[in-house]
Design a binder for this molecule. Structure first.
Ligand SMILES: [Zn+2]
Length: 247
């Protein structure tokens, strides 16, 4: 009986560890902070916080064509401070549904190429892509990897280790959400950061707005700072997405 209980305990412990662990091979364990959508004013407001903590992040921008000159100027400053400006489609539609209804040619023209051209004309050169709503298949991954060095979806599962990437030349990432609506406990981030350190890999996180607004699509400043401080305590490197993507 005692042996059975012991065996059960070992199995449970192994399973719960696996949830957080993924052996990696990165020379420097790290963390990637990503933010999605078009909250440029909000991100710019909190840029001094990221700067003061010496942190680089990646901002996946959608609806670029709707940004005002003032917002584009702020995005330039965000980039000039060492952050990456990445791509999140023109209109933030569900990629799979859109392709089903309009075909992938139209998706590539209207949601990708036209918008990329606009961004390039303004001096941005996005090389990393994130799916709106995380909607993707291996087929869309293969298609979009012709245009980008990596694609990022979301990790809606309880398999937390899915958000840890093993190498610094990844192609498909599954970010763990930091926003209020993800309902993750603070301890989940701590465990994942510890795991990244121990196993030499990199944790990919995603948020939308920071602190402000009556929305659940935001990460509180308190949580963001807590994650950053924990990562610093563990000496994790703050990577941008392109730094851990296929070269
Ligand atoms: Zn989005």
């Amino acid at each position: 009986m005692k042996n059975t209980i012991f065996l059960l305990a070992v199995i449970l412990l192994t399973l719960s560890c696996r949830k957080f662990d993924k052996p990696g091979k990165m020379s420097e364990a790290g963390i990637v902070l990503t933010f999605d959508d078009d909250y440029v004013d909000n991100w710019y407001k909190y840029l001094p916080v990221l700067d003061s903590m010496n942190v680089k992040a990646t901002f996946y921008v959608c609806r670029y064509y709707k940004l005002t000159p003032a917002e584009i100027h702020k995005l330039k400053i965000i980039e000039a401070h060492g952050n990456e400006i990445a791509f999140h489609t023109a209109n933030h539609l569900n990629t799979l549904q859109y392709m089903k209804e309009h075909g992938y040619d139209q998706f590539l023209n209207l949601e990708i190429n036209n918008e990329l051209t606009k961004m390039r004309q303004d001096g941005f050169n996005p090389v990393s892509f994130a799916y709106p709503f995380g909607a993707h298949t291996s087929g869309t991954d293969n298609l979009l990897l012709h245009y980008f060095k990596s694609v990022r979806a979301l990790n809606g599962t309880e398999n937390y280790a899915k958000s840890l990437t093993k190498y610094d030349d990844g192609e498909v990432f599954y970010a763990m959400e930091m926003d209020i609506n993800s309902k993750r406990k603070e301890s989940v981030y701590d465990e994942l950061l510890n795991s990244a350190k121990v196993h030499s890999n990199c944790l990919v996180l995603v948020g939308h707005k920071i602190e402000d607004g009556d929305t659940k699509m935001k990460v509180s400043l308190k949580r963001l700072k807590r994650i950053i401080n924990k990562a610093k305590e563990l000496n994790l490197r703050f990577y941008t997405v392109s730094e851990i993507s296929r070269k």
